[in-house]
Ligand binder design. Sequence first.
Ligand SMILES: Cc1cc2nc3c(=O)[nH]c(=O)nc-3n(C[C@H](O)[C@H](O)[C@H](O)COP(=O)(O)OP(=O)(O)OC[C@H]3O[C@@H](n4cnc5c(N)ncnc54)[C@H](O)[C@@H]3O)c2cc1C
Length: 496
Amino acid sequence: MIINRIDDLENIPEVTIIGGGVSAISAAITLEKLNITSLIIEAGPIGPNIDELSQSFYNGKTTKDEYFDLKETRVRKFGGSSEHWEDQVTLRPLDKYDFKGWLFTKDELDKYTEEAAKIFDVNNNFSNRDIKISENIQITKFIYGLPKTKGRHEEIHFGKKFLDHIKNSKKIHLVGDTRVLSLDGENKVEKIYYIKDNVKNELTPNITIMATGGIENSRILLYSQKISKKNFLKNIKIGTNWMEHITGLVIGSFVGNHEKLENLISCFNKELDYNNTYLSFTNSTLNRLNCLNILLKFQKNKLSHKIFYYLKVFFQNFNLIFDPVLKIFNFNFPSNIKLIAMIEQKPNEDNFIKLSENLKDPHFVPEPELNWNWKNQKEIKDSLNISINELNFFLKKNKIGKIIPQNFLRNFDTNYPADSIYAGHHHLGGTQMSDKPENGVVDKNLKVFNLSNLFITGGSVFPTGGYVHPTFTIVQLSIRLAHHIEKNYIIDAKKN
Ligand SMILES: Cc1cc2nc3c(=O)[nH]c(=O)nc-3n(C[C@H](O)[C@H](O)[C@H](O)COP(=O)(O)OP(=O)(O)OC[C@H]3O[C@@H](n4cnc5c(N)ncnc54)[C@H](O)[C@@H]3O)c2cc1C
């Protein structure tokens, strides 16, 4: 049900969820199935439109490498950033290899694949969909969440999709336009401070889940830590190891037999067009290469005139033959088939969210400052080169051609192009899962260290991020968390 104010509730529900995006809604829906009551506190409006005033609370500064405006890369309303999804959402669970830095293996999240697919209303057949084209390389398949009615997008936007369900629910209580400012307590969260209609108020929660997205989860905890008089979150490193996916980077040009390349791809991938075919490495190959996980895609630029086409083909073959000479001059003739990469970023302390020292939002909470830094991470260039070499081995063996790497990959000191933002709107890390408080914020059950009743869900808990779009994994994590709370907190409390 929707409530106007938290004060209207006779009792605070069993679980208080801060935030009303995908991760929060997934947790609430699962808790409801388990017969557990929840309160979703959403800062933004519940209506259909993105509200400029609400968005202004998402202002913030970015430093180091180019990044999106923090107001544009997320949505502050019920449904969260899912309201930014256009006519589809790309879904895929993380690969087995991506769990290297996690405290559990992929099997642990696979248990919740079916439940997660139901929430998105997509087919749950994720396993065995990739098609091996060689011992080492596979065509990577995604599942796409699509609007049911052509031309209308609401079914993939979580706010619209679940509004009626929540309105009619007796277990889920939703309050909008209510912004959580901070949390405080000794060994547990004793108070949640919030603001509604410019009036500050507080509530005493039972169990709390933070689900305010991959930037605000860190910001709220940093602010709570800063203003606490009770040493709340003392000695816990919040905001570090923030990550994104380096997305859309052109890393090389294909030279060789175009027809053979096209035939190869279309023979394995009949349902998708050439420009939508993604390649990745098999799990055993990734283990052998020991590089960052990467997704590759050939992209063909259309040539309007045949004459240009023949000229290009000439130059491409020229490239292939004279590559060693051209390398000396750091020069390539252009090719109309480019190789594009989406690659994971290794967690790194140089990437972090901190509170601004001088900029505050209209509620006087410091704005977030995001320091995003990937261009000087050696592992990224190394992994891009390793991937091109591995792909070249396959292309040469099959007499298809080869990839000539962009100049910035040939030399570590050569800069990446600065013409674009190479990111995916995927906000990961900052309140990472870890085995001890010195290295992260939550344990393997997503419980905040040293606090008995505070959990976090969302991309901010990822210890490593793979290359894949994160939201399917986020939903699996929220479902797993709801089950964990039921088994370990609610059932026990009811027994007593
Ligand atoms: C353009 C775009 C395209 C994308 N495409 C894909 C894709 O194809 N596939 C994919 O997997 N992912 C995609 N993503 C990423 C995806 O949207 C996010 O991973 C997902 O929305 C994260 O969900 P969340 O609930 O954790 O956080 P959010 O969606 O950020 O939700 C957080 C919620 O918390 C609320 N909130 C914030 N602060 C407070 C506060 N102080 N008090 C109370 N409430 C608060 C916000 O209003 C919001 O409702 C895309 C993102 C964008 C921007």
